[in-house]
Write a protein that binds this ligand. Structure first.
Ligand code: SF4
Length: 391
């Protein structure tokens, strides 16, 4: 049924990127663990873009999930470039045209994946997301209807299970991401993990944090000293450039405190304690007018990137209400105005990551030049081949 719905949705894919011969390495190295209806469901990409669980790591264990029938089936759809299980309208890689050709993959670090024709992968996951706990200090309407906090029983259950699958999971992992389900500093499960983490045991491991930023004060940052050497990215969701809008889209947040925390993180970034600092913005009717101001804010604060993302309905909106939020839908009464905002020169600033808004925000001149040079390179290769054959 899910596959049928995806096929129907994918019919709307406008083909802004020709997927023939394209490849995505994610299902060969990525595992995102959620706790849903009593199961530790695993996903091989962000579940919004590839909404198929490949199994319950809690009951089956890592090995059976990582090379189970369904995950192998999904990997085969990367190898045949059909991307059957992917939501082509929401996937930022597809929308922004960043998937590579297989010819390129053959020469890259991913080349072995092309030889796993039956979908079996001999190593464990390299990129892991902890997303079992949905606890958060905010209750953003795009994410949940009310505040969510783990009770003690559930905490023990989640911790007990994680302790069981952690040793197996950590064997090949190169990047650990916490978390895509709530806030790492509001959640006791993640907070304790981060404060107690001994980075020297995993010297090559990179840790990335996704947070709303409100609880990530300088003091909290210092408490994570055991992992400072592992810290790679910090991504903070704001969804606004002004306090009044922030209050609507990030219910329970604290704008002045958040800005102070970001300023402190920028200092840590300058000291080399963080590799990459990014601000995220989920676009909807309440905030799309502030997209240029958000770029301005990112520049003023001195972060590396600002990232735009399309709003999705995670079941928190009734269909009619979601239609009202989703200005990216061409039938929305404000859609034309949204397109005007997308043409603002600030949105072509190098700090902007267009994500799955790539078909709405026009490319900057430098990107067009890059595309032209890339095609020129391809033409040169074709010419060389033709000359070789004709000799
Ligand atoms: S949804 Fe996109 S990023 Fe995810 S596996 Fe498919 S192509 Fe790759």
């Amino acid at each position: 049924m899910l596959l049928f719905r995806l096929c129907l949705k994918n019919l709307k894919y406008n083909g802004s990127m020709d997927l023939k011969n394209k490849f995505c390495p994610k299902p060969f190295e990525y595992l995102d663990i959620h706790f849903v209806e009593g199961e530790f469901r695993c996903y091989v990409c962000c579940p919004t873009w590839l909404p198929v669980s490949v199994g319950d790591i809690g009951s089956k264990g890592l090995q059976k999930v990582w090379n189970g029938d369904l995950i192998k089936e999904i990997r085969k759809t990367m190898l045949d470039s059909s991307f059957l299980y992917c939501d082509k309208l929401l996937c930022p890689e597809i929308q922004s045209g960043t998937l590579h050709d297989k010819d390129y993959i053959y020469k890259s670090e991913y080349k072995d994946y092309l030889s796993y024709e039956d979908g079996h992968v001999p190593h464990g996951p390299k990129i892991v997301y902890f997303s079992e706990d949905r606890t958060c200090n905010l209750a953003c309407p795009s994410c949940r209807k009310d505040y969510i906090t783990l009770d003690d029983n559930l905490f023990d259950h989640l911790k007990g299970n994680r302790d069981k699958f952690l040793p197996d999971l950590m064997k090949d992992v190169e990047s650990l991401n916490i978390c895509s389900s709530g806030d790492p500093f509001s959640s006791r499960l993640y907070r304790e993990f981060l404060f107690e983490f001994q980075g020297h045991v995993y010297p090559k491991l990179k840790i990335n944090l996704n947070t709303n930023g409100v609880l990530l004060t300088s003091e909290v940052f210092q408490k994570m000293s055991g992992l400072h050497k592992n810290l790679s990215q910090i991504i903070i969701s704001l969804d606004a450039a002004r306090e009044d809008t922030y209050r609507i889209v990030r219910k329970g947040g604290d704008w002045p405190k958040l800005l102070n925390n970001i300023k402190a993180l920028v200092k840590f970034r300058k000291q080399g304690l963080i590799d990459h600092l990014q601000l995220d913005f989920v676009v909807q009717d309440h905030n799309y007018r502030e997209m240029p101001a958000f770029v301005e804010l990112g520049k003023r604060l001195g972060v590396d990137k600002v990232y735009f993302q399309r709003i999705s309905n995670w079941g928190t909106y009734a269909p009619e209400e979601f239609k009202q939020r989703d200005v990216l839908n061409p039938t929305h009464p404000l859609h034309k105005h949204f397109l005007d905002v997308c043409r603002h020169p600030l949105l072509r600033n190098p700090i902007v990551k267009r994500g799955n808004l790539s078909s709405f925000i026009p490319k900057a001149k430098r990107e067009k030049v890059y595309d032209f040079l890339k095609s020129f390179k391809i033409l040169r290769k074709v010419r060389k081949k033709v000359l070789e054959i004709s000799r």
